[in-house]
Design a protein around this ligand. Structure first.
Ligand SMILES: C[S@@+](CC[C@H](N)C(=O)[O-])C[C@H]1O[C@@H](n2cnc3c(N)ncnc32)[C@H](O)[C@@H]1O
Length: 286
């Protein structure tokens, strides 16, 4: 018991491992609850609220002309809330996601609406294709859940996915957001089961901050009568200069910046930034 609690409170070195962060999307039981949250039109969790998504997709369609002939890649597409709208505008859409449950829903919706969307159940850290896209996007702060190595790998993959003048859009949380976060530990007894397990379980959760690295670490330990599960997540927060350097080193230049994924004007002190970046031919030290 003492050792288990000691392990729970242990503060790992930054990015010591990132082996369990996908469980919330891929676990048979948790992914069912995640899909419900994606599809709740009111809340910002898993996906943003439906009103935001409608405005965001409409802005992207008109701003980047995501209509006929355009080949569009939705990375981490989830249940296809963006893919569906962009395919309805006439674009040729491919969506990639690790969650089979979300893609089953997305495929069902596409069939109902007679839309031809190519959904691929793979990790964008591993997926390779010879196809080339005009426009790729990764929406709802997914970039910041990756380690430095994983971000490098993703940017290198995106270089391969895009046509030479192709664009990549993504959103990240800023350092202003980081400053508002506080460390915490908590223990809850879910007597009738809950979000993370259908069985009764104790949930130990903690959040640590790494000031120098502008990084947070979340750990959930789920203890059932006969089973234990650990889910750990790293979240990176960026200054503008940091992300600019990271992109430059990967061979991308920022061509546009906004404070939201629906095109709101960029400001210095916003909680999030949306960037549109372009491949620099020959650029990158990967
Ligand atoms: C926060 S949700 C956003 C979903 C969607 N972009 C939206 O805004 O509605 C993140 C999505 O990325 C997927 N995901 C996370 N890591 C992934 C990876 N390495 N490869 C592919 N999909 C991933 C998850 O399964 C989940 O559907």
């Amino acid at each position: 018991m003492f050792t288990k609690l000691k392990n729970f409170f242990e503060r790992p070195k930054p990015y010591e491992s990132n082996d369990t962060y996908l469980k919330i999307w891929t676990d048979e039981y948790i992914s069912k609850n995640m899909l419900e949250i994606h599809l709740n039109p009111q809340i910002d969790a898993a996906s943003r609220n439906l009103d935001f998504i409608n405005k965001s997709a409409n802005w992207m369609i008109s701003k980047f002309d995501l209509t006929k002939e355009k080949k569009v890649l939705d990375l981490g597409c989830g249940p296809g809330l963006y893919s569906t709208k962009i395919a309805e505008a006439g674009a040729n859409v491919t969506g990639v996601d690790v969650s089979k449950r979300s893609l089953d829903y997305a495929n069902k919706k596409a069939q109902e609406k007679c839309l031809k969307i190519n959904y691929i159940n793979e990790s964008y850290l591993e997926w390779k294709t010879a196809e080339k896209f005009d426009f790729a996007y990764l929406i709802y702060l997914d970039y910041h859940a990756l380690t430095k190595e994983q971000r490098k790998c993703l940017l290198s993959n995106i270089k391969g996915y895009l046509k030479s003048n192709g664009l990549f859009l993504f959103d990240i949380p800023t350092i202003h957001n980081f400053k508002k976060i506080e460390e915490m530990t908590n223990c809850i007894f879910h007597e009738k089961g809950g979000f993370l397990s259908p069985n009764p379980y104790f949930e130990f959760e903690l959040l640590y901050k790494y000031e120098e690295e502008e990084l947070t670490f979340k750990r959930h330990v789920i203890i059932e009568e006969e089973h234990e599960n650990i889910i750990e997540m790293w979240h990176k927060y960026f200054t503008y200069k940091e992300i600019e350097d990271e992109l430059r080193n990967a061979g991308f230049a920022i061509v546009e910046k906004y404070s939201t994924v629906k095109g709101d004007v960029f400001g210095e002190n916003t909680d999030e930034i949306t960037l549109v970046v372009q491949n620099q031919p020959g650029g990158g030290d990967l």
